[in-house]
Design a protein. Structure first.
Length: 160
């Protein structure tokens, strides 16, 4: 049996050349986008993450202070010997203090500290004083007014 074998010459016609050029341009564009993305995304994403953490820490501190201020307001409205128990969450460290009829805590954010405060109807005393807050912890807050002439007492204990 005789098998006829002839060599086949492969030539690229004009359509194949255009297709190869399109694929090459797509690969070059993809490589260019990867390089640009790897350079610019860290410049955009890292500051955005820090800004969102700053907002989160500030809002957590504000919510906690407003909860304490509301509890102080309820105790003040109910009069001497009244009490109130609440639980608050702090996501950042700081020292909780009372200045006149304001309770406040500095929150460490990018670029420095931001003072978060809330107004209370009567001066308060924190127990212990100063009240050092540990990051990412819940606290039991016991608000009581032992007598009508003294300040309202705010006793805070960390929940472990």
């Amino acid at each position: 049996m005789y098998i006829y074998n002839r060599s086949i010459s492969i030539t690229m016609d004009s359509m194949d050349v255009k297709g190869q050029a399109s694929v090459e341009y797509l690969l070059i564009t993809l490589i260019f986008l990867i390089i640009i993305g790897s350079v610019t995304l860290p410049l955009l994403i890292i500051p955005a993450i820090n800004d969102s953490l700053d907002v989160s820490h500030s809002s957590d501190a504000s919510a906690a202070l407003n909860s304490i201020a509301n509890a102080v307001g309820v105790v003040y409205a109910n009069g001497p010997e009244s009490t109130r128990n609440i639980t608050v969450y702090f996501s950042n460290t700081g020292t909780l203090s009372s200045v006149g009829s304001t309770i406040q805590i500095p929150v460490n954010i990018t670029g420095g500290n931001k003072l978060i405060s809330a107004n209370v109807p009567i001066p308060v005393t924190f127990v212990p004083n100063p009240m050092n807050i540990a990051a990412k912890n819940n606290y039991n807050v016991y608000v009581y007014w032992p007598s009508g002439t003294g300040p309202i007492m705010v006793n805070m204990t960390q929940i472990t």
